[in-house]
Design a protein around this ligand. Structure first.
Ligand SMILES: [Cu+2]
Length: 180
């Protein structure tokens, strides 16, 4: 008997939950509210949770330059950027800047850029950056340069960076600072 009542209450509660979005009335005989079952949501594509704030490219003549911005991860799982492409250059690399014998040098970042769950990863002069190794055209102020980043899950994230003058970087983006 009591189990029958319990199960009908459960049915009522379930029905109420199903219509709760559009229902104006609230059941008065509410069953004890269990916390919502943790549904196992399928892993969302990482790209859908990624965004970039203030993306820009250092203005340059043909040759080397770099793109910057703050990658923001709105998901609960780390997102790893493993590579990038742009029509600006056939050679795009993900770089970091490290102190080597007192000199700041840049090099490909092993493992790519990891944007932490619910956090961000800044790309800035003197730090991690998207390296444009061989720009085939000059980057003028205000130019709109498209980029596509490939993520560890195989998804892609596209954004447009704006050409911006910048002279304050400590590292050297001129030819000669790279080996190969
Ligand atoms: Cu670099």
């Amino acid at each position: 008997m009591s189990s029958r009542i319990a199960s009908s209450l459960l049915a009522l509660a379930t029905a109420a939950a199903l219509v709760s979005c559009g229902s104006s009335g609230t059941p008065t005989a509410a069953a004890p509210v269990a916390s919502a079952p943790a549904e196992t949501t399928p892993a969302a594509p990482a790209a859908a949770a990624l965004s970039i704030t203030d993306p820009w490219v250092k203005t340059a003549k043909e040759g080397m330059t770099a793109a910057f911005g703050t990658l923001v991860n709105n998901s609960g799982a780390d997102i790893t950027v493993v590579s990038g492409t742009s029509p600006l250059s056939p050679m795009i690399e993900l770089h970091e800047v490290v102190d080597k014998d007192g000199k700041m040098v840049m090099r490909p970042k092993q493992g790519g850029f990891v944007v932490p769950a619910g956090g961000s990863h800044e790309l800035a002069p003197g730090g991690d950056h998207i390296m444009i190794m061989d720009a085939e055209q000059a980057v003028e102020p205000g130019a709109e340069i498209p980029f596509t980043l490939t993520l560890a899950d195989g998804g892609t994230f596209e954004f447009t960076a704006i050409g911006k003058d910048f002279a304050g970087a400590k590292e050297d983006y001129q030819p000669g600072s790279h080996n190969g």
